[in-house]
Design a protein around this ligand. Structure first.
Ligand SMILES: N[C@@H](CCC(=O)N[C@@H](CS)C(=O)NCC(=O)O)C(=O)O
Length: 329
């Protein structure tokens, strides 16, 4: 694990010394937007026009942030319009690599060996972490965005000429509701599991753990009354929660010490997780053996032996009971 400083790679883990043992996620730095007409988004200088075949996603199948982009690409039926490369699951001293095999596809655009080369190609003086996902523009040979929450918004709305325009995961009428639930889910659940797992002091771990399970309890309660997080229809808020839920019992309970309860112990959350997993196109984006191999194998500060546990038993294809919450027409 490492980062770039002025374009030079340094093998360095997360520094929690200055923050009382707390894991603090750094801000994504490439924040442009693809738009349908190519005009720069508000407050941005560079404009990128949506065109089929022009953009490429770099993802890891292990990463919950990258997973969001794969799900929205599949749901919006953009597989032919936006190509993908998948990094290898092992993230060691070189960071993400394009080693082929075990799910890794190699870099089909440049034939690079390391993900960091994508960043230095876009900006030879880049300083920061080398993260996935990345939305790459083949035309200008640059990174449009390395922020998953913004990439999914682009996939949702900018490419409707080539995808499923009938699906809107961020409908105008629900935006305030979606933004509010996203905020809690991001801080306490999506990022919460990382804050628990990468904490290097007891107090930092306990803070994250307490907030995480309070938020899961809140979501469990909400999902006992309504089918989806923002009400009666599936939105991006659900997919953002899904990528953490689907990894929870297999990875976060053990590896990140998030072990007060499993998702399997929450009746509504576990049925909801199965419903989302069974939405056509989604199961193909989920690779739990790959995720386990990544987390347990790569984070040697947490799991020095790299041994990957074999369990748990899980059947995400089993029936769910969520139809009972559908509003009678
Ligand atoms: N805010 C970013 C976070 C992406 C992120 O942190 N990805 C992780 C993988 S799960 C990563 O690439 N980490 C590498 C590192 O921190 O060095 C997003 O949502 O796109």
């Amino acid at each position: 694990m490492g980062l770039l400083v002025d374009g030079v790679w340094h093998d360095q883990g997360y520094d929690t010394a200055k923050s009382g043992g707390r894991f603090e996620r750094s801000q994504s730095q490439f924040r442009d937007f693809v738009t349908a007409d190519g005009r720069p988004a508000e407050g941005r200088e560079r404009g990128f026009k949506a065109e089929p075949g022009r953009y490429h996603l770099y993802v890891s199948l292990a990463c919950p942030w990258a997973h969001r982009t794969l799900i929205v690409r599949a749901l919006k039926k953009l597989e032919d319009a936006i190509s993908v490369s998948v990094v290898h699951h092992f993230m060691g001293a070189d960071g993400w690599t394009f080693r082929r095999g075990e799910g890794g596809t190699g870099d089909s655009l440049h034939g690079f060996d390391f993900m960091r080369q994508i960043y230095t190609k876009a900006d030879p003086h880049y300083s920061g972490r080398v993260t996935v996902p990345v939305l790459w523009d083949k035309k200008t040979e640059s990174i449009v965005s390395n922020e998953s929450s913004e990439i999914i918004r682009m996939l949702n709305s900018a490419f409707d000429a080539w995808g499923d325009a009938s699906l809107d995961l961020y409908p105008a009428a629900l935006r305030a509701e979606i933004d509010a639930i996203n905020d809690r889910v991001y801080n306490d659940i999506n990022n919460g599991v990382y804050k628990a797992g990468f904490a290097t002091t007891q107090i930092a771990y306990e803070e994250a753990f307490t907030a995480l399970f309070a938020a899961l309890d809140m979501v469990e309660d909400r999902l006992s009354r309504q089918r989806y997080l923002a009400g009666e229809r599936l939105t991006e808020a659900d997919w953002r929660l899904f990528t953490t839920l689907v990894r929870f019992d297999a990875v976060y309970v053990g590896h990140f010490k998030c072990n007060l309860r499993r998702i399997a112990d929450y009746p509504n959350l576990s049925n909801y997780l199965r419903e989302l997993y069974q939405v056509p196109g989604v199961a193909e984006t989920v690779d739990l053996p790959h995720a386990k191999a990544h987390y347990y194998g790569s984070h040697r500060s947490i799991n020095p032996t790299g041994v990957v546990p074999l369990g748990p038993e899980q059947d995400l294809s089993a029936p769910h009971n969520r139809e009972r919450l559908a509003k009678a027409a």
